[in-house]
Ligand binder design. Structure first.
Ligand code: UD1
Ligand code: CA
Length: 453
């Protein structure tokens, strides 16, 4: 069966008070519209139509790499029915059309699939929820046999209708050929002067179709975001689910309310994550990885047994087994730590390989370098990799020892088992096993301290 998905995303979102179009605001690090599109993709939609209006250029350019989207423009927002109509010409004549909303981000794929499965040539399907306080929503009207007959909007409803607690989520699946005939018949003769999509429900009944309803597993799936508080509420709900999923997979999370996941995380056994950790992008945590408090880990993989001590920041790095990082370490993109390497406090490593068993323990900057095995890099060592225009490489071979407070001016090579004396500025290759001393010679002079006049 052909499935067309139409996502309404033309509204302004003025209560967000933002220069960013509402549907581009994130939940768990991903735009609300991207969440909706990903759910639509997982029901194997044949075509994705997104109706844009306010901020359409920004929305389109945010998704410029998604070439499965067909954009429809709704220049003026004349109502939800009018919005769907803007995509109508692009909908396949037969099959099912699923209608979603760019600001209802957490609708789940299984709910959408169940809704689509209800549709036949004689049935359309509507997602509803029951609310203690239904104010503001369209109410679902049913006849004596409990069959849906129509939806009445808040502003058009009478006293009795206002007491109905079953409301329209807006999400529906409709035989496409019916949409083609119904949408052109919508009228704006109502309290808001808008073309209501909800009027197709009564048209369906008139045309002899049954309106089946379905309720989602979680009401939060149908929550819309109109302001920052609602955005934060959905963020918390979604984070709780993501963290719960990790715990189900065997991760110890010391405080589930203080772990944030903004991407996808895969984990081995017995991973431990302490409070205030943020995992972003694609993160892989091997068996027994321990992440202490206040760390940010982005697009990185950490192999079995590695420990990330508190306040470390790891971005696009590859950490092998049993490495020891931090506290207060920063691994920047292109960092590779081989088995058992250590990067300690206040060290920054960028685009460098630190070989197995090597240590960069204190206050160092290692950039554009290849460090071999069992190298000891003393406190305060700096690779001077940049001349203000170009970047150059440093190579430190197996077993080398770099004394504290040394500067290695790249391009430069420190040979196998070579030693650099503390405080040296190295500008030339140090041959294997040699000691390089490149610092002012100490002289001890006879000296009388000045006294106060
Ligand atoms: C709509 C439903 C209501 C339902 C509620 C659920 C109608 C007439 N009413 O009401 O029954 O309970 O959603 O939240 O459909 N949009 C456009 N173009 C437009 C108008 C709206 O793209 O011309 C988009 C908005 O950006 C928004 C969504 O459609 O994402 C819903 O529009 P909104 O005005 O919020 O509808 P409600 O009045 O809340
Ligand atoms: Ca609304």
């Amino acid at each position: 069966m052909n499935i067309d998905v139409v996502v309404l995303a033309a509204g302004q979102g003025s209560r967000m008070k933002s220069d960013l179009p509402k549907v581009l605001h994130p939940i768990a690090g991903k735009s609300m519209l991207a969440h909706v599109l990903d759910s639509a993709r997982s029901v194997k939609a044949n075509a994705l139509h997104v109706v844009v209006g306010h901020g359409s250029d920004k929305v389109k350019s945010h998704f410029c790499d998604d070439n499965d989207i067909q954009w429809a423009l709704q220049a003026e927002q004349k109502g939800t029915g009018h919005a769907v109509k803007m995509a109508l010409d692009n909908l396949a004549p037969s099959g099912v059309t699923l209608i979603l909303y760019g600001d209802v981000p957490l609708i789940q794929a299984n709910t959408l699939q169940a809704l689509i499965d209800l549709v036949t040539s004689k049935t359309m399907a509507l997602l509803t929820v029951n609310m203690d306080n239904p104010t503001g929503y369209g109410r679902i009207k049913r006849d004596d046999n409990q069959l849906v007959t129509s939806i009445v909007e808040q502003k058009d409803a009478n006293q009795q209708e206002l007491s109905i607690q079953e409301v329209n989520t807006g999400i529906m699946a409709v035989p496409t050929e019916n949409l083609h005939s119904w949408l052109p018949q919508l009228s704006s003769d109502n309290a808001q002067g808008e073309y209501y999509l909800t009027d197709v429900i009564a048209m369906a009944v008139t045309s002899g179709l049954t309106v089946e309803t379905l309720q989602p597993e979680f009401a939060e799936e149908t929550y819309g975001v109109n302001n920052r508080a609602q955005q934060a509420e959905l963020e918390r709900w979604y984070q709780a689910r993501l963290v719960n999923e990790l715990m189900t997979q065997g991760v110890t999370v010391l405080d589930p309310a203080r772990l944030d996941i903004r991407g996808s995380v895969s984990v081995g056994r017995d991973v431990v994550i302490d409070a205030n950790v943020i995992l972003e992008g694609e993160v892989v945590l091997g068996d027994g990885v321990h992440i202490e408090a206040n760390c940010i880990i982005k697009n990185s993989s950490l192999a079995a047994g590695s420990v990330i001590k508190a306040f470390s920041h790891i971005d696009s790095a590859q950490v092998s087994e049993a490495c020891d990082i931090g506290p207060y370490a920063r691994l920047r993109p292109g960092t590779v730590l081989e088995n058992g390497a250590k990067v300690g406090n206040f060290c920054e490593v960028k685009k460098s390989v630190i070989g197995a068993g090597s240590k960069v323990n204190h206050l160092s900057y290692i950039g554009d370098a290849t460090v071999g095995k069992n190298v000891n890099i003393g406190a305060g060592t700096i690779t001077c990799n940049y001349d203000g225009v170009n970047k150059f490489k440093t190579e430190i071979k197996d077993g080398a020892f770099i004394g504290s407070n040394s500067s290695l001016v790249a391009p430069v090579i420190v040979g196998e088992n070579a030693t650099v004396a503390a405080g040296s500025t190295i500008t030339k290759e140090v041959e294997a096993a040699k000691l390089a001393v490149a610092r002012g010679k100490q002289v001890n002079l006879k000296w009388q301290r000045p006294t106060k006049a």
